[in-house]
Design a protein around this ligand. Structure first.
Ligand SMILES: [Zn+2]
Length: 218
């Protein structure tokens, strides 16, 4: 094996194995029988925004699905096509019975930039995928008709979280879990320029900064 990046991965696994996996009190000695995460996180594939790293989560804490621009597609029949994100949501809500779902957006999202600038062909997988947030883009452009691309992207990064939450509620098993089981849904935004977290306030439909020194709860 001569590939430097893969060698780095293997060296990293060696450190992980020695420092975490093989410890006498290793969390993996409890996790090998199964998982019971309380939270489903839908995050972006972006290499800078790993949900477990930015929240210092332990193995087994979060069930994570990552995709371009942390989008949730609207509910569609399972009989047509292949629905990876929907399958992960179903597994988390129906099988694992998570108590929370977090849509985790972030600043400088390449997927949202592609949506805002229309830089991808519609028949590309990427262009088609980010069109899930087309309605968010439309709302942002109407609200800020004179904004520069960079500002539009930021607004759209936030607004697309609202769209994903709306789409989540089109899944019958999500709606049922919210109404019957008390499943809670949160929209959270990681500002990787400022190192801040924002949370969607559903009362005002706007985002506010989470005060970290007072509370870790959104
Ligand atoms: Zn992104």
């Amino acid at each position: 094996m001569r590939n430097a990046q893969i060698l780095k991965m293997i060296a990293g696994f060696r450190r992980f194995r020695e420092k975490i996996f093989l410890r006498e009190d290793s969390i993996y000695s409890r996790l090998d029988m199964g998982q019971s995460p309380k939270t489903l996180v839908i995050g972006c594939s972006d290499s800078r925004v790993d949900p477990a790293i930015i929240s210092s989560a332990a193995p087994g804490e979060m069930f994570v699905v990552r995709n371009v621009a942390n989008l949730v597609p609207p509910f569609e029949s399972a009989k047509v096509g292949f629905h990876g994100v929907s399958a992960a949501i179903e597994f988390a809500v129906v099988n694992l019975k998570v108590e929370n779902i977090v849509i985790l957006g972030h600043r400088r999202c390449g997927g949202i930039h592609a949506l805002v600038t229309g830089s991808q062909k519609e028949d590309s997988f990427l262009g088609q995928w980010v069109s899930i947030a087309e309605s968010a883009k439309r709302r942002v452009v109407e609200r800020y008709p004179h904004a520069e691309v960079d500002a539009l992207c930021r607004h759209c990064e936030l607004e697309s979280i609202v769209t994903s939450i709306e789409n989540l509620m089109t899944f019958p098993f999500v709606e049922h879990a919210v109404k019957v089981n008390g499943l809670q849904i949160f929209g959270i935004y990681f500002d990787l320029e400022q190192g801040e977290l924002l949370v969607l306030d559903e009362q005002t439909n706007s985002f506010r900064q989470i005060q970290l020194e007072h509370s870790a709860q959104p």
